[in-house]
Design a protein around this ligand. Sequence first.
Ligand SMILES: [Zn+2]
Ligand SMILES: [Zn+2]
Length: 374
Amino acid sequence: VTADGPHGDRFARSRLIEGWDQDRLAAATVVIAGVGALGNEAAKNLVLAGVGRLILCDPDTVAGSNLSRTVLFTPDDVGRPKTEAAAAALRRLAPGARIDPRPADLASAVGLGELADADLVLGCLDRLRSRMQLLGRCSLVDAPLVDGGTRPWGGEVRLRLSADEPCYACALTPHQRGADDLPWSCAEPAEGDTGPAPAAIGSTALIASWITIAALRTMLGSPPAYRLLAVDGLTGRTAPVDLGRDPSCPHHHPIEGPVERTGVGRDDTVGALLAALPEGAEPLLWSGFPIPVRCRNCGAYDEHPGDRELTNGAVRPVGPQSVCPRCATLLRQRFSQRLRDADQGRSLSALGVAPQEILSVRMPEGGYQWHRLT
Ligand SMILES: [Zn+2]
Ligand SMILES: [Zn+2]
């Protein structure tokens, strides 16, 4: 971000704040998961503060009902991917900022390597399942995460900064935490996940302000003291909530050991990845991809169940059922995480693999290696 434009140093006032470091913010990359109401507001705040690069991740397109709560969208944006509409508006607000739109589901849009390299991850999601998936992926690579959630008249802010600290999933039941254990397309709604909760615009702006402060302070090297903050616009009470560490919470075990670089990217084929790995190695994806199923009625194979990549780069969800291409019998979709079950000629991206993903690879002699895609 260029500080000095034709109108002078746009950050002159910010620099007066004790502990502010404009260069540090300009060099930072923030991943924003969710570009709805909260993500709009938070992204706007971060580029105005001079954060150098934002990776925006959201699979949805702008709907008319978004326009009452989204500062970055205009009526002309209805139908466009949210990430692209937001990127255009953010570039107008802060011409020097690098905005990288990723119109896909989190796990397909942003690889673990990118999460590991980011200075901060910001969660602006409105569903428990998405929030659990984001927490799980950040925990795997120990990426600092600031997560905001809104309620009709208030909301919550949650910080996950280190694997040693209690996290907000420690306070959930195993069933709630398990919302992401299944491939997301066939997971049932988790207990307590009744869909996006509506929030008044003031709540969105309020929680976005809180997560902006938490994000900036974390990037400037002095994060806030709390890890869970409850904000209630009706009582006026805003207070930290103590979290206890649940020993059975799975989000405290980052991947260990060296991460190998395969030299293979997501646009390469499954076969190219297998050829780059040691003989007999078994690469695994983090979530299942659909595999060919034989029709029990006519015996035909559905060879390409769920070709997931759409023309705009978005990834289409694959349902638990597919239809026989020959006789139209309803087939139960099967999923696998073993890349050896996939067609070797398919690209990794068509299977939903993100750029710079880190894959776990089971070795023939036992044990695992970590391999990062380029
Ligand atoms: Zn935990
Ligand atoms: Zn059939």
